[in-house]
Design a protein around this ligand. Sequence first.
Ligand SMILES: [Zn+2]
Ligand SMILES: [Zn+2]
Length: 266
Amino acid sequence: MALPIADRWFEHRSIGDGITLLWEPHVIPLMRCNIWHIRGRGRDLIIDTGMGVASLHDATRHLIDKPVLAVATHTHLDHVGGHHEFEETVVHAIEAGTLSEPESVISLRNEAYFSAEGRRKIAEAGYDIPDGCMITALPDAGFDPDRYRLRPAKRVRAVEEGMRVDTGDRSFEILHLPGHSPGSMGLWEAKTGTLFSGDALYDGPLLDQLEDCDIPAYIRTMERLRALPVNIVHGGHDPSFGRARMIELIDDYLASRTAQVGLAAS
Ligand SMILES: [Zn+2]
Ligand SMILES: [Zn+2]
């Protein structure tokens, strides 16, 4: 079935505190990531960039009037498609290679992109992966979902735990949050208790059984986040939430996994 052509690829909504959420409505929920724009005095941040099938740079023109630092919470396809459009990218050192030299041609057809095993595990976690494309419309008539190309980011700066990303008036600490992926990281603004958590934590089915996942590391990440004085979490997917919901999500995860890992270790 031919896909329709979208009128507009990105939607956006200001959530206050100088932060705008952007998202891609024509992408299946599994792959529809949250893209965060943070306005700074000296420069702006964009945290994650979506699928990269349409220009995020163009879609954020109305928001941006200064240099932009694009942060990758991790390098799964749904989070890094648009990084190449921005002057500089920050990514955890462990995953930096994926952004400098991405795979050349990718099919956006679910049955081609995911292995049967991968699809089964993702479905088990709670996501529906339909047959067909991970996009439900085309950004333009010439777009071929079987010939998608993730382009290399321009200037890649590898970062690690404890380093900082600053905008001039705001300062975020890098938290290394492995488990979902080896180089998953969060941005933590202690002053406001704001956490951008990427796919380490969001209010939806968490994925810890993909190829590069590490459940024991994920458990340590969750224990660490639980102890953080968080007010608000802006995740890699799904709506933002406060501290009480964070504790619930973490405790649900820990309850589901700790017994399992304990058994495996004994
Ligand atoms: Zn991910
Ligand atoms: Zn994701």
